[in-house]
Ligand binder design. Structure first.
Ligand SMILES: Cc1ncc(COP(=O)(O)O)c(C=O)c1O
Length: 455
């Protein structure tokens, strides 16, 4: 039976039979519904445990989980509080999805990070590959496919990933999935606790948490993930280009991470934009340092289009069956025709040509953006990918100023699991070529309005 916990004006409906998860859900609902306003101090773990008749450790975990999800903020020596609205709960955002948020739909200039230039999709190459595949494929290929993806694609990917990213990828260790979002959801079902870089994209943390994993933060500095602070069985890392800060994992930390993995940890390497490094030859994937302890994740969302929903995992051998089976249990059956078309693009060289052409285009865009920025705004991180972060003293004011010019950008604050500086995350990949100049001009105008001269 639901029990009501009352403290000042909050009533928490919680059925003790639902345990810790139920209690977490009840508190989450109270925050989401606005019954607990941002900034509200929660009772101490001891007081709430006594009130509800549960162990204090249970409350500590509930508070910890909701802090990781962005609903609560905790600081040593101070009461746990409901997080400020500037870091709106990730779940609420994810429901709409950043790409479909009302604000983004209405903005004239789309510099919201996360997507490539959709107008650059290689339609002609895709159409030619489709014709070739349809001509050659046997009738049996129209049947339900192997949940791991067709062998032709796994073989093509094994060659491509070894060549372009140095991944040790035999075809039978590859599971093709419906994008990284699906992959991290499934991995969240297989592991009880997963550490994420702090900051990182809340949507993926939330997906892992929905799968059932507790998500915990590991700090990131200018040399990437602080490997020495790892204290979880599993960690998600973006070594080639940390999302969102844009730094790369320093060589000694790559070795330390491989050592940590070899000692029993599991690393999930999210190589979401590894093809796009502009300043020099990209470092290969960390995966090759410990292939039986590192899951390599990649996909086509940045190179071709997110709507294709094609990603891949290169797995330690012992994980292939559990991951493939869990995906199948969740109803996954691969879109075989699209997979065969991608295999054709990979083997014909058309994929490489497209990636090379996009690399040049995005490098130019980055250069143009950097040249246009007011001198007060200097991004950190390496010359790579489709986004950059501009740290600002007053994030709200900066976001307001650029939105007033109808420019969509993301907010750095929502990526923190604990707390950190504010900033705006600018994606320069998405506008079509003709819209890029005006989009940058509008952004720069907004930034100038909030620029504070350097001393
Ligand atoms: C950090 C990061 N990882 C992975 C992805 C790819 O996600 P998906 O394959 O679900 O499109 C993205 C796309 O925005 C990303 O930003």
């Amino acid at each position: 039976m639901a029990r009501s916990w009352s403290s000042s004006d909050l009533h928490l409906d919680w059925d003790p039979g639902t345990g810790r998860r139920g209690l977490t859900g009840a508190l989450r609902s109270a925050i989401r519904d606005g019954r607990l306003a941002p900034g509200t101090a929660l009772p101490s773990t001891r007081a709430l445990a006594a009130d509800l008749g549960v162990a204090r450790g249970t409350i500590t975990r509930v508070y910890g989980d909701l802090t990781a999800e962005g609903y609560l903020r905790s600081r040593q020596g101070a009461p746990t509080r409901v997080a400020a609205v500037t870091r709106a709960p990730a779940e609420a955002r994810e429901k709409a999805g950043p790409a479909s948020a009302a604000w983004l739909r209405d903005a004239r200039w789309d510099l919201f990070p996360g997507r490539p230039d959709l107008s650059s999709f290689p339609r002609a190459a895709w159409a030619s590959a489709t014709r070739r595949v349809l001509h050659a494929m046997p009738a049996g290929s129209f049947d339900y496919g192997d949940p791991a993806g067709p062998a032709a694609l796994r073989e093509a990917l094994a060659r491509y990933l070894a060549r372009s990213r140095g991944v040790l990828a035999e075809p039978d260790r590859i599971v093709v999935c419906g994008g990284y979002l699906q992959a991290i959801t499934v991995l969240g079902q297989l592991y009880g606790e997963i550490a994420f870089e702090d900051p990182s994209l809340p949507e993926f943390r939330l997906a892992a948490a929905r799968g059932g994993a507790k998500t915990v933060p590991v700090p990131v500095d200018e040399r990437g993930l602080r490997v020495s602070e790892l204290d979880s069985p599993v960690v998600v890392v973006t070594p080639a280009h940390q999302y969102p800060l844009g730094v790369t994992l320093a060589p000694e930390r790559r070795s330390a991470l491989a050592g940590w993995a070899a000692a029993g940890g599991l690393v999930i390497e999210d190589d979401y934009d590894g093809e796009f490094r502009f300043d020099r030859q990209p470092l290969g994937a960390v995966q090759s340092l410990a292939p039986e302890r590192i899951v390599y994740a990649g996909g086509v969302s940045k190179t071709l289009a997110p709507s294709l929903r094609i990603g891949w995992l290169v797995l330690p051998r012992r994980l292939v069956t559990p991951v493939r089976d869990r995906m199948a249990e969740l109803g996954w059956r691969p879109p075989v025709l699209d997979h065969l078309i991608l295999a054709d693009l990979l083997t014909s060289g058309a994929y490489d040509r497209h990636v090379r052409q996009r690399r040049t285009a995005y490098r130019r865009r980055r250069d143009r953006l950097l040249a246009a920025l007011p001198p007060e705004f200097v991004p950190e991180g390496i010359s790579a990918g489709l986004h950059l972060v501009l740290k600002v003293p007053d994030e709200e004011a900066a976001v307001r100023a650029v939105r007033r010019r109808s420019v969509a950008v993301d907010q750095l604050s929502r990526h923190w699991m604990t707390s950190g500086p504010g900033g705006i995350v600018v994606g320069y990949g998405t506008p079509a070529e003709h819209a890029f100049g005006p989009a940058v001009a509008a952004l720069v105008e907004g930034l100038r309005a909030v620029a504070t001269p350097r001393p």
